[in-house]
Design a protein around this ligand. Structure first.
Ligand code: CA
Length: 229
């Protein structure tokens, strides 16, 4: 797993990083909330482990920003705030789990792994949805009768849609997650990229291009099918 650890106490950050590294995971560390959001924009993380009491921007603000931006990655709160009220607030804002300090590193790793595994193979070499399979090593899309190679941008866009089948992503959310930009560039880059990707898929197998659904004026989603085929 690629872990983004947001923790201002170096002693704890080192302890967590060592534990995850020993278990074969890689950890990027952010020492405050603003730095966390900057690093997150770079993408590529499977999970965020988030302290609540942080300088610059606190954990609650970070979490709010993450979810408002449409990031669906699991967020595990690791905090000395153990009151029920704090925990409920965390869940309300979209946290996936809450581990109170002090904690056992083994339990923290186990919980993090479980969240990532439940995410639907986020760290697996391939991702499947709607009968389509994404090979994350070759960056190739395949299904029963065909395959197609996508550009890096098209691939990231399809991967985003496939990680949450049926979820409607706004253009702004797609721009943030695939292009890493937080403003409206006043262009139709998202639509152009979707069209190009659909054409490639349709050229190889007409049936699957239509799986990506456009919701007029809102955005895009991967159609959910009841049965693969
Ligand atoms: Ca702290």
């Amino acid at each position: 797993m690629n872990v983004l650890l947001v923790e201002d106490e170096n002693r704890i950050a080192e302890f967590v990083a060592q534990g995850f590294s020993a278990a074969g995971h890689s950890v990027a560390h952010a020492g405050d909330g603003a730095q966390a959001l900057e690093q997150l924009a770079g993408g590529g993380y499977d999970i965020m482990i988030l302290d609540l009491m942080l300088p610059v921007k606190d954990g609650v603000e970070v979490l709010r920003h993450v979810r408002a931006g449409g990031h669906t990655m699991p967020v595990l709160i690791l905090s000395a705030k153990v009151e029920l009220e704090d925990r409920l607030k965390g869940f309300e804002l979209g946290a996936d789990d809450y581990v109170p300090k002090p904690f056992y590193i083994e339990e923290l790793i186990a919980r993090a792994q479980l969240l990532v595994a439940r995410r639907g193979g986020a760290t697996e070499a391939s991702l499947q949805a709607g009968g389509i399979k994404l090979d994350r090593l070759k960056r190739e899309v395949s299904w029963r009768d065909g395959s197609v190679v996508l550009s890096s941008r098209e691939y990231r866009l399809l991967e985003l849609l496939m990680r949450s089948p049926g979820h409607l992503f706004s253009r702004q959310q797609i721009l943030q997650q695939v292009w890493d930009i937080n403003f409206d560039p006043q262009t139709n880059v998202v639509d152009v990229c979707i069209q190009r990707m659909k054409r490639k898929i349709e050229a190889a197998d007409g049936a699957h291009g239509v799986l990506i659904e456009s919701v007029r004026g809102v955005g895009y989603r991967l159609k959910v099918q009841l049965a693969d085929g």
